[in-house]
Design a protein around this ligand. Structure first.
Ligand code: PGA
Length: 254
């Protein structure tokens, strides 16, 4: 089964609305010739509405970097799922390692957010990944298995029909040390077979598994050549429209 690749840009805490609009406009122009690939950008909350207007007539998707699981109420500082859909989002990143590290995100809160995303028709981009110590002590599969099992608890294959998983080894994020294509492929294969055992063949075959962690113009092609790597979640290299457009068009260049 062929999966359409997804190249996603996580802008993290960068860009004012004006800066985000400018980058999005450049990106729309520069990716006009992209073929057979989906692209998504996730600006900060404050820029979502403005960027949605720029992307409206383009094939580019809009994502948020987080959401809260309640629908409304006294949750100062939080953003509800329907606020994201109303702002034009189709995707939402959940459980990024920076949220886990700095904001007490756990597998249990990831699970609540995935439920909320699914119930509101948002495509969850669920991030998982191991630390360097965990990889060195050969507990990567254990850690990723726990993150998937708990993060996707009480959800069915039908709920997760549009699920995107982003495998982001923490040691590779922002370090310039991407996982080798072989290491990433072996881990993606493990993730797909875990999903197959938990949710069946159909879901395992359709789920997009993105690789994230120091993806750049020099390594994207080799990574994307691997059978279980269905796209990339890109941080640093997504901030410049010129560079990110080259990643989105990875399959067009020589
Ligand atoms: P990076 O970040 O591309 O800057 O390594 C990836 C991510 O955190 O999603």
């Amino acid at each position: 089964m062929s999966r359409i690749p997804l190249i996603a840009g996580n802008w993290k805490m960068n860009k004012t609305p004006d800066e985000a609009v400018k980058s999005a406009q450049e990106l729309v122009e520069l990716t006009a010739g992209a073929e057979a690939v989906e692209a998504m950008i996730a600006p900060p909350f404050t820029a979502l509405t403005a960027v949605a207007t720029v992307l409206a007539d383009s094939p580019l998707h809009l994502g948020a970097q987080n959401l809260f699981w309640e629908a409304s109420g006294a949750y100062t500082g939080e953003i509800a799922p329907n606020m994201l859909t109303a702002a034009g989002c189709s995707h939402v990143i959940i459980g990024h390692s920076e949220r886990r590290q700095y904001f007490n995100e756990t597998n249990a809160t990831v699970n609540k957010r995935v439920h909320a995303a699914v119930e509101n028709g948002l495509i969850p981009v669920v991030c998982i990944g191991e630390t360097l110590e965990e990889r060195q002590s050969e507990s990567t599969q254990l850690v990723l298995g726990d993150q998937l099992k708990a993060g996707l608890a009480n959800l069915t294959a039908k709920d997760l029909a549009h699920l995107v998983v982003a495998y982001e080894p923490i040691w590779a994020i922002g370090t310039g040390q991407a996982a080798t294509p072989d290491t990433a492929q072996a881990t993606h294969q493990f993730i797909r077979s875990f999903l197959q055992k938990s949710f069946g063949n159909k879901l395992a075959n359709s789920v997009k598994i993105l690789y994230g962690g120091s993806v750049n113009v020099d390594n994207i092609k080799e990574l994307m050549a691997k059978p279980d790597i269905d796209g990339a979640l890109v941080g640093g290299a997504s901030l410049e429209a010129e560079t990110f457009s080259q990643l989105v068009c990875f399959n067009l260049s020589e």
